[in-house]
Ligand binder design. Structure first.
Ligand SMILES: CC(C)(COP(=O)(O)OP(=O)(O)OC[C@H]1O[C@@H](n2cnc3c(N)ncnc32)[C@H](O)[C@@H]1OP(=O)(O)O)[C@@H](O)C(=O)NCCC(=O)NCCS
Length: 158
């Protein structure tokens, strides 16, 4: 069954609850925290950060940040780049990650995107199998930080 989620703007009212989301300690090397993502978004406006909290009903379950229609360059892939994706440790394995990708894909497609790019740190427990299962394929590139670059062809999806 598809998990029911909604993407919600982050305000003073929900900020603390969203910042409190945590992945498993062993996953911390694969993704930055929500707090650090806010900082990165502020420091890099040229990366066109767009972020939302992910809720199931009244419960915050995750966080997603996308580079939304940036101008690609030597250091930035795009125009649409999945920059951060995390589901709280207690909420993983329930379909939320997949549902978040579905919603992001729906929204960027409506904005005219034909491809969603991401990258991930390789290693035991890394999210690459999750992305591949969704339909992302490695481009063969390794970025400057040693991350594997993956691409999802939106035109190939129903
Ligand atoms: C990756 C992540 C977002 C997946 O979220 P999730 O809500 O657990 O994903 P889903 O429940 O939709 O999982 C879909 C499928 O992928 C599989 N899967 C999820 N994470 C996986 C991983 N790290 N390795 C292998 N398979 C994985 C699930 O087992 C599930 O398979 P199933 O359909 O056979 O049950 C979540 O595990 C997470 O936040 N990880 C830590 C942060 C991270 O690595 N983010 C990505 C940064 S690039």
């Amino acid at each position: 069954m598809t998990a029911q989620i909604k993407l919600v703007e982050i305000t003073d009212a929900n900020r603390d609850a969203v910042v409190a989301l945590r992945v498993h300690p062993a996953q911390e090397r694969f993704v930055a925290s929500v707090e650090n993502s806010f900082r990165d978004a502020e420091r890099h406006p040229e990366a066109k950060p767009w972020f939302r909290a992910v809720y199931d009903g009244d419960v915050p379950v995750g966080f997603v940040m996308v580079s939304w229609n940036l101008v690609p360059g030597p250091e930035m892939r795009g125009p649409y780049f999945l920059w951060r994706l995390l589901v709280d440790a207690q909420q993983q394995g329930r379909g939320y990650g997949t549902a978040i990708l579905d919603e992001v894909v729906r929204r960027i497609r409506a904005a005219g995107a034909t491809e969603l790019i991401t990258s991930c740190v390789p290693g035991e427990g890394c999210p690459e199998p999750f992305y591949r299962r969704y339909g992302f394929v490695p481009t063969g590139e390794i970025d400057a930080d040693g991350e594997v670059v993956l691409s999802l062809d939106l035109s190939a999806r129903p």
